[in-house]
Design a binder for this molecule. Structure first.
Ligand SMILES: C[S@@+](CC[C@H](N)C(=O)[O-])C[C@H]1O[C@@H](n2cnc3c(N)ncnc32)[C@H](O)[C@@H]1O
Length: 378
C-alpha cells in the first residue's frame, strides 16, 4: 500500500509490521507500560475518555482495553482512535467484537482527522465531514463481528486517500468519523455518544505509542502531535508517549550495515523542551523521570535452544526484520542490504553475541493538574 511515487515508506510494508508484531512482545510491553498509569486515573464525568493517537491496527489498544476492563469494570468508556490507514482501521474494527462483549458500556469512535481536529471529532463544517453511527444489534461477540464485517465496504469508501502533492504522503479525501456502540446500551450511553459538530471532548487517558516517524523533526512532532494532545487532556488526565529509543543490540545490527545510522535523535528531554516552549499552559505538567522509569525493554521471541545452540534462519530473518523496522529503514536501502547479503552476517554476529535480542522503548508522561488543586510534580 505505497501511495507515493518515491521509495516505499517504512510503515507501508504491512508484511514487515506483521512479522514485527508477531515475533516481538513490543505491543504487550507498551500496553503494560501504559497500564502503570491506570491507578492515577479518576474519571469525573459520565465516562472514562481515552484517545489513541495513532491507533494502528489496535494491537496495543486491545491489550489495554482488557486491562482497563479489569480496573474500570462498570465505568462507561468513550474510546477514540485516530488512524488514516484503511487496512489498520479494518483490522482494529475486526478486533472489537470481544471488547464490546466484555465491556458493553463502551462507545468506540474512529477518525482519520488530523490530531488537532481528531481529539474533538470536530473542526470541519458539517458538509465536509462524513459522520456515521452504528448501533450494534444483538448481544454476542458473533453478532457484533458479523455487523462490523459488513462495514468494511463503507470504511473503504470513507477512508479513501489521495496523495499530497507537497509531501507525497497519503491524505484523507474526506474527514470521516464512525461511532460504534451496542444498541442495547444506548440509553445508558446517551451522554457519552459523540454527535456531529464536534464537542470539547477532554480525555483522562491519551495514548501516543509510536505516533510519529523517528526522522520527523522535534518541532513538528510537538506542533503536529503532542501539543494538540496535551491540550485535550481533562483535569487530572494523563498523556503517555512512547517511542523507540535505540542503544540496544537491534541498533547494533543496523550499524553493522550502516555504521553512521542514527535513527533515534529525539529524546523525551528534547520533546519536553519543545513542548514547554510551545504550550502556554501552567496547568500542564511534564514529568521528566529517570531512565530507569522511562526506558523499558521488549524482546524478540525465540526458542531458547535456538539462541544458545544454533541460530536458525527464521530467527535471523525475524531479528533483521525487527531491527530494520524499528529503525525505520526505507525500502531502497533495505533492498541493497538484502541483495548484497550483508544483512545476514550483520544480524548473525549480534544475535550470536547476546543470548537474547532486546530493544529499548522510551516513555514519557504529561499530565493536567486538577482544576481545584494543581498537582505539583506528581
Ligand atoms: C500510528 S503508529 C503506531 C500504532 C500503535 N499505536 C502502535 O503502537 O502499534 C503506526 C506506525 O508506527 C510505526 N511503529 C510501530 N511500532 C513501532 C516500533 N516499535 N518502532 C518504530 N516504529 C514503530 C509503524 O511504522 C506503524 O505503521
Amino acid at each position: 500500500m505505497n501511495h507515493s511515487p518515491g521509495p516505499a515508506r517504512f510503515f507501508d510494508s504491512r508484511a514487515a509490521y506483521n512479522m514485527f508484531v508477531t515475533t516481538t512482545n513490543e505491543k504487550a510491553a507498551v500496553a503494560e507500560r501504559v497500564s502503570r498509569e491506570l491507578p492515577h486515573l479518576d474519571p469525573q464525568g459520565s465516562a472514562l475518555r481515552i484517545f489513541d493517537a495513532g491507533m494502528g491496527d489496535a494491537t496495543v489498544l486491545i491489550h489495554l482495553m482488557r486491562r482497563l476492563h479489569q480496573v474500570f469494570t462498570h465505568v462507561p468508556w468513550l474510546v477514540v482512535g485516530k488512524e488514516i490507514s484503511i487496512e489498520d482501521v479494518r483490522r482494529a474494527v475486526d478486533s472489537m467484537p470481544d471488547r464490546f462483549f466484555e465491556h458493553p458500556e463502551m462507545v468506540f469512535a474512529v477518525t482519520n482527522m488530523p490530531y488537532r481536529q481528531a481529539v474533538h471529532l470536530g473542526g470541519f463544517s458539517d458538509e465536509e465531514v462524513v459522520w456515521r453511527t452504528t448501533a450494534l444489534e444483538g448481544t454476542t461477540a458473533h453478532d457484533f463481528a458479523v455487523q462490523l464485517e459488513r462495514l468494511h465496504v463503507q470504511f473503504a469508501a470513507d477512508w479513501a486517500v489521495a496523495t499530497s502533492e507537497r509531501t507525497g504522503n497519503p491524505v484523507p479525501v474526506n474527514p470521516s468519523v464512525h461511532v460504534i456502540y451496542r444498541g442495547d446500551r444506548e440509553f445508558l450511553l446517551r451522554d457519552v455518544i459523540p454527535h456531529p459538530g464536534g464537542t470539547d471532548i477532554e480525555y483522562e487517558l491519551i495514548l501516543a505509542s509510536q505516533p510519529y516517524r523517528a526522522a520527523t523533526p522535534t518541532a513538528a512532532k510537538v506542533r503536529m502531535v503532542l501539543a494538540p494532545l496535551a491540550e485535550a487532556l481533562a483535569p487530572g488526565g494523563r498523556l503517555i508517549g512512547i517511542h523507540a529509543a535505540g542503544d540496544d543490540p537491534a541498533l547494533e545490527i543496523i550499524r553493522n550495515v550502516w555504521p553512521e545510522e542514527d535513527p533515534f535523535r529525539t529524546s523525551r528531554h528534547d520533546l519536553f523542551r519543545e513542548l514547554a516552549a510551545v504550550l502556554d499552559r501552567d496547568d500542564i505538567l511534564l514529568h521528566d523521570v529517570p531512565d530507569e522509569e522511562a526506558i523499558f525493554q521488549y524482546i524478540l521471541h525465540a526458542m531458547p535452544s535456538e539462541m544458545t545452540e544454533h541460530i536458525g534462519t527464521s530467527t535471523v530473518l525475524a531479528a533483521w526484520n525487527a531491527a530494520a523496522y524499528v529503525a525505520q529503514i526505507d525500502e531502497d536501502r533495505l533492498t541493497d542490504a538484502i541483495e548484497s547479503g550483508r544483512y545476514l552476517e550483520a544480524t548473525r554476529q549480534v544475535v550470536g553475541r547476546y543470548d537474547r535480542l532486546w530493544f529499548n522503548d522510551e516513555s514519557y508522561v504529561v499530565t493536567r493538574g486538577l482544576a481545584e488543586s494543581p498537582q505539583p510534580g506528581v
